[in-house]
Write a protein that binds this ligand. Structure first.
Ligand code: MG
Length: 171
C-alpha cells in the first residue's frame, strides 16, 4: 500500500490542544482561580476546588497529547477527587505529558468573568501557571473578558475559562 503520510518529518513535532470549563458562582468568598486566592464575595462550586482556569489548562494539555479529558483522569465518582487542589491535578497531567516526551511551548488563556475584575490579579495567575508548568512568565498569556452584562457570565452566575497549549516533542 502506498505511503500516504505527507507529514514533513524534518519539522518539529508540534501538537496543539484546547480546553474549556464552566463553574457556577455561589455566595461566600474567597474566589480560587488560576491557582491563586482572590478576595471576592463569591466562590466557584464544583466537585474539586472548582478552579475552572486550571481545569481548562489541564484539558488543553490532555487534548494536545490526545490523552482524553480531565473527567477521565480525575472522575467525580472517586472520593479522592472531592475538594481536590486543581494545581495538583494540573501538575500530575503536566508530568504525564512530559514523561511522554513533550515540552510546553506556550499557554494562552481567557477568563470570562463579570466580576471580579481580574486586571490586578493577572500577573499572579500567570506566575502561578508558569510555576506549575515550569515555564517563564512570557510563555503564559492571560486575557480577561466580561460577559457585557448578559448571559450566565454577565449575570455573575458562572465564570468560564478557555485555554490553548502548544507542545513540541522534546526527544
Ligand atoms: Mg471544572
Amino acid at each position: 500500500m502506498e505511503n500516504t503520510n505527507t507529514r514533513q518529518t524534518n519539522w518539529p513535532q508540534l501538537r496543539i490542544g484546547i480546553g474549556h470549563d464552566t463553574h457556577r458562582l455561589e455566595s461566600g468568598g474567597p474566589l480560587r482561580l488560576g491557582g491563586v486566592t482572590i478576595d471576592f464575595d463569591r466562590h466557584l462550586v464544583g466537585h474539586s476546588d472548582a478552579d475552572g482556569l486550571l481545569h481548562a489548562v489541564t484539558d488543553a494539555l490532555l487534548g494536545a497529547a490526545a490523552l482524553g479529558d480531565i473527567g477521565e483522569f480525575f472522575p467525580e465518582t472517586d472520593p479522592a477527587n472531592r475538594g481536590r487542589d486543581s494545581a495538583e491535578m494540573l501538575s500530575d497531567v503536566f508530568q504525564k505529558v512530559v514523561d511522554l516526551g513533550w515540552s510546553v511551548v506556550n499557554v494562552d488563556c481567557i477568563v470570562f468573568a463579570e466580576r471580579p475584575r481580574l486586571s490586578g490579579h493577572k500577573l499572579a495567575i500567570r506566575g502561578r501557571l508558569a510555576e506549575i508548568l515550569g515555564l517563564g512568565i512570557d510563555q503564559v498569556g492571560l486575557k480577561a473578558k466580561t460577559g457585557e452584562g448578559v448571559g450566565q457570565v454577565g449575570h455573575q452566575e458562572s465564570i468560564e475559562a478557555q485555554a490553548v497549549v502548544l507542545l513540541v516533542a522534546s526527544r
